[in-house]
Design a binder for this molecule. Structure first.
Ligand code: ADP
Length: 404
């Protein structure tokens, strides 16, 4: 067969014109043996093409194929036709079949690639799979091909379903976020009226009505103020998702310094000693990172124990990420609550014991996850808490310096 020619294998009775979906392959996806199967075979040996098709047909597939030998032919066929699967020889005279994975990526297509090759060591086979091939079948073992094709297509279907579920989840989260934003934003004004006028009532009519009236007005003022804090925190939570990523080079030493300065009054009142090791420069949203450190330091102060409070902030590089830690010697958290405290409104204490709305940590989680990191706590009741979070180490660390 001359090089560079496209071979349409017509041994199959019909090359069915499937109805196609947008960019993924034929809409009909036979991930059971027995269905119609349209393959794009990257191969320079017509006899091998025949053997592959025979193996598929013997297993019950109604298989048809186009054949490409070069990157140009391959790309052209992909653009013009939908395929269920790519069967690619590893080494062609002028092309490496594995490059088909790269072409598929460039074209934005999700079609499984099975490497069908002669002498391919186990290491190379594993390397092909690492690079994105779905599977590998040796040419002298074509009897395995139908099952591998079936499995690759089933995996693709599952990937599609997973992607769709994630898309639906993202949409529903967006709707919820929008709702939380609108509700908390629009509630602010009427709430401000309630809070202002109940406070006015409390001032003007204190001791002028009976004892019960004073008590009821006090409850109303307290409730209105707590609701105001809640609504403001909820608004802050939904704002995290509405702001752009705003990533920039951020010196964490400066961020921590600012956080401590912003909390100066509480730091002084509590007698907290806040220290930090040299911290890196990261690519992050500086003002959101400030919010994270401020929330964590404020919590360490709020949930302090009877010992003089010590808060230590540090960071270490682990692989491709920075792991930050904010450690305190406060009241600690029972390990079984370690996950739940990051949920919105989750609190382990009443407002009478410790004020708050239970939103601070959920804001930290949202900020960190939006910047590609994770956040968690390591703690035992009565043993202090160490909150840790990661950020991608996308730039070399800047000059390290610590708080004296
Ligand atoms: P809030 O501080 O308003 O209660 P958060 O979302 O910041 O809300 O925290 C949730 C809960 O996690 C707190 O109510 C508290 O029980 C627990 N928590 C957070 N930080 C600490 C800490 N440093 N030490 C002990 N418990 C903490």
């Amino acid at each position: 067969m001359p090089m560079g020619c496209v071979l349409c294998v017509s041994a199959c009775p019909t090359l069915v014109a499937d109805s196609t979906n947008a960019r993924g392959g034929p809409s009909e996806r036979p991930d059971k043996i027995g269905g119609k199967l349209r393959a794009l075979i990257v191969e320079d040996e017509p006899a091998d093409v025949e053997l592959m098709l025979r193996a598929l047909r013997q297993a019950g597939f109604e298989a048809s194929a186009d054949v490409a030998q070069t990157a140009e032919e391959f790309t052209d066929l992909l653009r013009r036709n939908p395929y269920h699967v790519i069967l690619a020889d590893y080494k062609l005279p002028t092309w490496n079949g594995m490059e088909s994975v790269e072409v598929l990526r460039r074209e934005g297509l999700d079609v499984p690639v099975i490497v069908v090759s002669g002498a391919l060591g186990e290491l190379t086979a594993v390397e092909c799979i690492k690079q994105g091939a779905s599977d590998y079948v040796p040419k002298d073992h074509l009897v395995c091909l139908p099952e591998k094709v079936r499995r690759a297509m089933q995996d693709k279907r599952l990937r599609g379903e997973h992607k769709q579920t994630l898309g639906e989840l993202a949409r529903s989260n967006q709707d919820l976020e929008q709702f939380a934003y609108v509700a908390s934003h629009d509630l602010q004004e009427p709430l401000r009226m309630v809070a202002t006028y109940t406070q006015l009532l409390a001032e003007r009519y204190r001791d002028k009505l009976d004892d019960n009236a004073d008590k009821y007005i006090h409850y109303a003022v307290d409730g209105a103020l707590r609701m105001q804090t809640l609504v403001q925190d909820l608004l802050a939570f939904s704002r995290v998702g509405r702001q752009g990523a705003g990533l920039q080079s951020t010196d964490c030493n400066v961020v921590v310094e600012t956080a401590v300065k912003n909390l100066q009054t509480t730091v002084v009142e509590s007698g907290a000693r806040v220290t930090n090791d040299p911290l890196p420069v990261v690519v992050a949203n500086g003002s959101q990172l400030l919010q994270v450190f401020q929330n964590l330091i404020a919590n360490a102060i709020k949930f302090r124990g009877s010992d003089p409070l010590a808060i230590r902030i540090s960071a270490s590089k682990q692989g491709k990420e920075w792991v930050f830690s904010v450690a305190d010697n406060g009241i600690g958290i029972a390990p079984e609550q370690a996950e739940s405290i990051f949920a919105i409104f989750k609190r382990l204490h009443t407002s009478a014991e410790y004020p708050g709305s239970g939103i601070g940590l959920s804001i930290c989680k949202k900020i960190i996850e939006r910047q590609g990191g994770r956040i968690w706590v390591e703690s035992e009741t009565g043993q202090g808490s160490t909150f840790k979070f990661t950020l991608p180490a996308t730039t070399p660390p800047g000059e390290l310096r610590s708080r004296p």
